[in-house]
Design a protein around this ligand. Sequence first.
Ligand SMILES: Nc1ncnc2c1ncn2[C@@H]1O[C@H](COP(=O)(O)OP(=O)(O)OP(=O)(O)O)[C@@H](O)[C@H]1O
Ligand SMILES: [Mg+2]
Length: 226
Amino acid sequence: MNSLIKVTNLNKTFYFQKKKLNILRNINIDIKKGEMVALLGPSGSGKSTFLHMIGLLDKPTSGQIYFQEKITNKMNENEKDQIRRKNISIIYQQNNLLNDFTSLENVSIAMISANQNKKLSITKSTKILNKVGLNSRLEHFPSDLSGGEQQRVAIARAFVNEPNLILADEPTGSLDQKTAKEIFSLFLKLKSQKRTIIYATHNRELANKADYKLLINNGSIKRLNA
Ligand SMILES: Nc1ncnc2c1ncn2[C@@H]1O[C@H](COP(=O)(O)OP(=O)(O)OP(=O)(O)O)[C@@H](O)[C@H]1O
Ligand SMILES: [Mg+2]
């Protein structure tokens, strides 16, 4: 009950120079609504790969991915796009902001393109940028922001639509501990609204704030209870 993302018998292989790389092997996982999950594992273990698949941006080599108990494998791009737009926000490891747009525009566009009223989008985006400490950087372009500031714009953009699922790929990688903690309090607030957050991290302290951890190692994923 209340399954948000369920993965069964999932395998992911890549080919590189004709060599087969088994990145994920026979993964079975059920992530429930409202859970906050930390994704751990050494560099190259498959964290980003896993997040991209459950964000429906990449396909497993074999196995099933269910979103809200519906199988996604046979959905066309349009159907997956619908699910993503309504439910999922991704904070990428490389934050991929739009370079020709200011902080405020980068965030408000996410709302406007979800058919929200423009004025409301700007008000709400301003508010959330304040919350991540960027009130004096609203008109800056990504190239005029520090790495950590860019990351915070990307976080604000992911939060502004209050999605059911946030996938965050090392969202606090370029942030100092204090700022990272402030960002985390936003995560916790979303969790209290029954949103699901899955975040990859190398930071032990932040990983400990999760309900439980998933450790990827040598192709398998092990659940570690907090
Ligand atoms: N398109 C691809 N073709 C071949 N190999 C790939 C491809 N994409 C990823 N890989 C390999 O898959 C492995 C897992 O990559 P992934 O980006 O998921 O790791 P990660 O756990 O996110 O690492 P990090 O902590 O460094 O971000 C890596 O060894 C990478 O080289
Ligand atoms: Mg990664």
